[in-house]
Design a protein around this ligand. Structure first.
Ligand code: FES
Length: 106
């Protein structure tokens, strides 16, 4: 089990407990949380609606070339951008802080 944090635009951080023995992606965890993201393509790295910014976390989480192919189509790609569907949650990510860039309308 690890704890990750979702940061809102106003800086509020909400912890989410995540099991690391189920090979979950960050997209799946966010979809199941109160910070539901559209994730329209279902995790294929094809829609960018799971775009998050990593605020704090390990440097080993560089975006892949498939992620950069998507980011090249977006107007706003801040430093630390990742596609949440391409991030498998592992023990080393304990304490990760992310900001969802696209949230589902309530
Ligand atoms: S869910 Fe579509 S790019 Fe991640």
């Amino acid at each position: 089990m690890i704890t990750i944090f979702v940061e809102e635009a106003n800086g509020t951080r909400t912890p989410i407990e995540v099991p690391t023995d189920m090979n979950l992606s960050l997209m799946e965890v966010l979809k199941a949380s109160e910070y539901s993201i559209p994730a329209t393509c279902g995790g294929m790295a094809l829609c960018a609606t799971c775009h998050v910014q990593v605020i704090e976390g390990e440097a080993f989480m560089e975006a892949s070339s498939a992620e950069w192919d998507m980011f090249d189509t977006l107007p706003n790609v801040p430093e630390g951008s990742r596609l949440a569907c391409q991030m498998r949650l592992i023990d080393d990510m304990n304490g990760l802080v992310v900001r969802p860039m696209v949230l589902e309308a309530a």
